[in-house]
Design a protein around this ligand. Structure first.
Ligand code: MLT
Length: 387
């Protein structure tokens, strides 16, 4: 019998529960504490939120914050990697506009892989992060029909180059940049087991390249129970139709009584307000305090929690990362919520890429984690014969 510590006892009641709570590996980029929320290499996400996004990418990849010189060198390196094969944008321009923006993102990632992978995990991770600015900008600009693709200016920075290439008509570019820089940091990583990260690492364990693995991850993020919840959240806030606390409370009660869902509240791991939401509520009070949808979301922060807490079966009645994000994006000129998960994906590509590099080249003394192959208990598989 091995002398290694028993971490978790699996019983039959744990089967078919989505691996909830199963320790299956280690993660070196972030930790999710049920009460404190996520920290990146030990730094609470709220403390990192206003840092240069590239500094936090560096942190997740190298597990230390960069010195000013290291940051300058890293930014220059990412800028030098940012050139995207022109065929990628040409093919993206021809994608069907009835495809969801996340389907466009999946296509863009695989086009990057088809035109530029090296097979080296770290190289491809850095290249994909650097080139994701153009892919995400293309999704917004080309699918929205805002105009032809705008040549990149990677020297501006990951987020700034993306905003530049989006060329959002009528938007306050300065406010959009301020919001999306913080948005990028907040959404980068959330432990090792969230669905998109797990899916990306699982596919990478079979040694598919990082572009295909990140495509699998983004396919996971596309689900309305995961990343696409930020799109559903704004659509939900739009249906409330009032900023009055009493009317909002009645709306919440009526929604629950009708079997509906209060989007933006609750989480599989968290048991307190998500610090990523806390940062966004404060940001909204700075950027768009008078926006009615933001005021509705801000009122729901207390009213919905009060109502949800009345149900003892609800383990987490508190706001999560999606609760207010859409109202901030909407107030900053990105009014089509179909695109919101693409911005989540833009950010999460960095965290998942860092975790894939760890699993492929660092863990198990550099040998990497073996191909994922968990066990399923056979049901209804008694031996039979056609004879
Ligand atoms: C995330 O950031 O990935 C979401 O909060 C979902 C999760 O952590 O499972």
């Amino acid at each position: 019998m091995s002398d290694s510590k028993v971490l978790f006892e699996v019983t039959e009641e744990h089967l078919n529960t989505g691996l909830r709570g199963f320790p299956v590996g280690t993660v070196r980029t972030s930790k999710v504490d049920p009460i404190k929320g996520v920290s990146y290499v030990g730094f609470p996400v709220a403390e990192l939120a206003e840092m240069d996004p590239e500094a936090v990418v560096y942190l997740l990849l190298n597990k230390v914050l960069p010195t000013p010189q290291q940051l300058a060198d890293f930014k220059a390196d990412l800028a030098a990697r940012a050139t995207v094969d022109p065929r990628v944008t040409d093919f993206m321009a021809g994608l069907p506009k009835d495809g969801h923006p996340m389907e466009w993102l999946l296509a863009g990632l695989n086009l990057l892989g088809m035109t530029g992978k090296t097979g080296d995990w770290k190289e491809d991770a850095l290249n994909c992060i650097a080139r994701s600015s153009t892919i995400v900008a293309n999704v917004f600009r080309l699918r929205s029909g805002w105009g032809p693709a705008i040549p990149g200016k990677p020297e501006l920075g990951l987020v700034e180059n993306m905003v530049h290439q989006m060329g959002v008509p009528g938007a306050d570019a300065d406010r959009l940049r301020e919001l999306l820089r913080i948005f990028y940091v907040l959404h980068m990583d959330h432990g090792g087991g969230n669905l998109s990260t797990f899916a990306g690492k699982a596919v990478a364990s079979g040694h598919a390249d990082i572009y295909a693995s990140l495509g699998a991850a983004m396919a996971g993020l596309y689900g309305p129970l995961h990343g696409r919840a930020n799109q559903e959240c704004l659509n939900f806030v739009r249906t409330v139709g009032t900023t009055d606390a009493g009317e909002i409370e009645q709306f919440v009660r009526d929604t629950l009584a009708g079997g509906g869902k209060i989007f933006g509240f609750g989480h599989a791991v968290l048991r307190a307000e998500d610090p990523r939401a806390t940062v966004q509520y404060a940001l909204g009070q700075k950027l768009c305090p008078d926006d009615e949808l933001f005021q509705t979301a801000l009122t729901m922060r207390s009213v919905a929690v009060k109502v949800l807490q009345e149900n003892p079966k609800i383990s987490n009645p508190y706001p999560n990362v999606d609760a207010v994000s859409g109202t901030l994006l909407n107030a900053s000129g990105l009014t089509d919520s179909d695109y919101y998960t693409v911005l989540f994906g833009f950010s999460r590509i960095a965290g998942i890429a860092a975790q894939i590099v760890d699993e492929r080249t660092v863990l198990r003394s550099g040998k990497g984690v073996p191909i994922y192959r968990c066990k399923y208990i056979a049901e209804n598989q008694e031996p039979r014969s056609l004879g």
